[in-house]
Design a protein around this ligand. Structure first.
Ligand code: FAD
Ligand code: DLZ
Ligand code: SF4
Length: 510
């Protein structure tokens, strides 16, 4: 009998490990285990979401006639680890082979590679072909290239999968419509309510379990309204395409106080645990373009996130691990401040983004990148701490996607493996793209002094502190010329303000 192990982020019927499963012969194992639930202190909503989605998926498999051994968290025999559960089932039944789809995190892959010796039966690790680009395909694409840039990868993906193509040319004549995007939000903007579904009995049971067992973890458990079945995840996708996609492009980078969801799709939860598959999301968006319900700048922008960024980031992860996790090009070492867990800071942009993260286990991209990420870069937080935070607080977070976004995209900890410069920005950017500054005690246009927006002096301080590593970067050297032209007294003010602010931050008073 063959044992098929299905992990919490592998909830897809076409999963490679289930492909040749024999009804009445093989057994499928799924387990809620302490090790996976606590290797970082995941947001309560993330645990509830995955446990409920896992339980529903097990039922879906059973309804197709499969034999599923499902080990709930509270089961007294539960050993608390995936290995322990595989071993327990192997000892109880005549298991001849174990089949698993490649896990999404290196730590687990590394562990699984020892299972065959430890269990004494063959363990077959299969490619996770829910991604459009295999790890091998990415290696081939990356090998021999001096720099890894999304744009070229993205074009190849579009061609290979015939997405938004007009023969061998991009539809509309351009690969990228970003210059039509990046608008800030107008004063009055009607944002549709996000998809939500009432918890059913299974979810209610899981919510009680999480309340009981994970009370120390970050985040608000309720209200809980995420989809936990494929059927509902498809409804969430349809709702996005019908109600938000047309404005996705225009307001992709906009942030509005009190609007955590904006015109984003909110499908990362479902894509990353397998309830949705990337191509079906891409095709749904493509159809909207052909039906005339969404413009090309939105459709292309959305598709680029999925066949471009998502696949590229995963490629970078497997291409660069395990060394990637330890990189710290800028030698950043500051501890995360307490307010990353509470949202209690006077900086309104950070306050809003962290409070929303706490409530929803979600923040949209530009909040993650240009508010929390930008601040983490400017303040010099240690990459490992930042990474652990992002992995814990978002319900869509797994290391394969979180780590390159943190080490590559926000912290420049990889020295520019795929980003040509650090994404550092002053308060002017946040003020342009949001209305957070209108409600802040700090003044976004003031450069120095106690009332000045901390992003303003921290921006220059960051460049000053990292001059040795950054000045020679062609995309940053222009900015150093502005710094060079500043008077010594101005520079001194920036350094003094930054020292004062960072001291407050270290004392948890910022
Ligand atoms: P949309 O804006 O609607 O985009 C559509 C889809 O594109 C997303 O669902 C996602 O699957 C994909 N996508 C977009 N940007 C990226 C990206 N940079 N990397 C990979 N996929 C992308 N995304 C995660 O799925 N998990 C994470 O743990 C995660 N951590 C991040 C950490 C940082 C520091 C940053 C800057 C970004 C991170 N992202 C992560 C990427 C992005 O912010 C989220 O995918 C997005 O906010 C999810 O919301 P959405 O589904 O509404 O996305
Ligand atoms: C994230 C997560 C959590 C919270 N719990 C479980 C679990 O109990 N059982 C399980 O199989 N998977 C869980 N996961 C998802 C895994 O952590 C994920 O499969 C690995 O990190 C690889 O991506
Ligand atoms: Fe954030 Fe500065 Fe604007 Fe305040 S003034 S919201 S700290 S960018």
């Amino acid at each position: 009998m063959r044992l098929r192990l299905v992990l919490g982020d592998q909830l897809s019927l076409p999963l490679s490990s289930l492909r040749d499963v024999k009804l009445g012969e093989d057994v499928i194992l799924m387990a809620e285990v302490n090790e996976e639930a606590t290797y970082v202190r995941h947001h309560k909503k993330k645990i509830a979401f995955l446990f409920s989605a896992m339980r529903h998926f097990a039922e879906a498999l059973r309804s197709l006639g499969h034999r599923v051994v499902y080990v709930p968290y509270g089961c007294p025999e539960n050993t608390g680890s995936l290995f322990g559960e595989v071993l327990r089932l192997k000892e109880a039944e005549a298991v001849t082979e174990i089949i698993v789809t490649m896990p999404g995190e290196y730590r687990l892959l590394n562990e699984m590679e020892s299972w065959q010796d430890r269990l004494g039966v063959p363990v077959e690790l299969r490619e996770d072909d829910r991604f459009l680009c295999s790890t091998e395909g990415f290696q081939k694409w990356a090998s021999g290239r001096k720099s890894l840039r999304l744009e070229y990868f993205y074009r190849e993906m579009r061609r290979n999968h015939d997405i938004l193509m007009d023969g061998d040319k991009p539809l509309g004549g351009k690969w990228n419509y970003d210059h039509d995007n990046r608008q800030s939000a107008p004063k009055r903007l009607d944002v549709p309510a996000p998809f939500s579904v009432e918890p059913d009995r299974v979810t209610e049971e899981v919510l009680a379990l999480v309340t009981d067992q994970f009370s120390e973890h970050f985040g608000d458990l309720k209200p809980f309204s995420l989809a936990v079945t494929r059927e509902d995840a498809l409804k969430a996708l349809d709702q996005f395409v019908a109600e938000r996609l047309s404005k996705f492009g225009n307001y992709q980078d906009a942030m509005v106080q009190g609007e955590p969801w904006m015109f984003h799709s909110h499908i990362s939860f479902y894509l990353n645990c397998g309830l949705l598959l990337p191509l079906e999301c891409v095709h749904a968006a493509e159809r909207a373009y052909f039906d005339g319900t969404a413009p090309l700048n939105s459709v292309e922008g959305f598709i680029r996130q999925i066949v471009g960024w998502r696949e590229f980031i995963r490629g970078i992860y497997w291409h660069s691990m395990p060394e990637y996790a330890g990189l710290n090009y800028l030698s950043a070492s500051r501890d995360l401040p307490e307010f990353y867990w509470t949202g209690e800071t006077q900086m309104n942009c950070l306050h809003q983004c962290i409070v929303e993260t706490k409530a929803n286990a979600y923040a949209h991209h530009i909040q993650r990148l240009m508010v929390i990420g930008n601040f983490s870069l400017l303040a010099g937080f240690a990459p490992k701490e930042v990474s652990e935070w992002y992995l814990a607080v978002y319900a869509d977070a797994y290391e394969w996607v979180e780590l390159p976004n943190v080490n590559g995209m926000i912290l420049f900890a990889d020295g520019g493996l795929f980003a040509s410069k650090p994404y550092a920005a002053s308060g002017a950017y946040i003020n342009k793209m949001s209305n957070y500054c209108e409600h802040c005690v700090y003044a976004h246009a003031t450069k120095t002094g106690e009332k000045a927006c901390p992003f303003n002096y921290l921006y220059w301080n960051f460049l000053d502190q990292n001059e040795e590593k950054l000045r020679s970067n062609p995309r940053v050297s222009m900015i150093y010329r502005t710094w060079d032209k500043m008077s010594d007294s101005k520079k001194q003010e920036i350094r003094t303000d930054s020292r004062r602010f960072l001291a407050l931050l270290d004392g948890s008073q910022a």
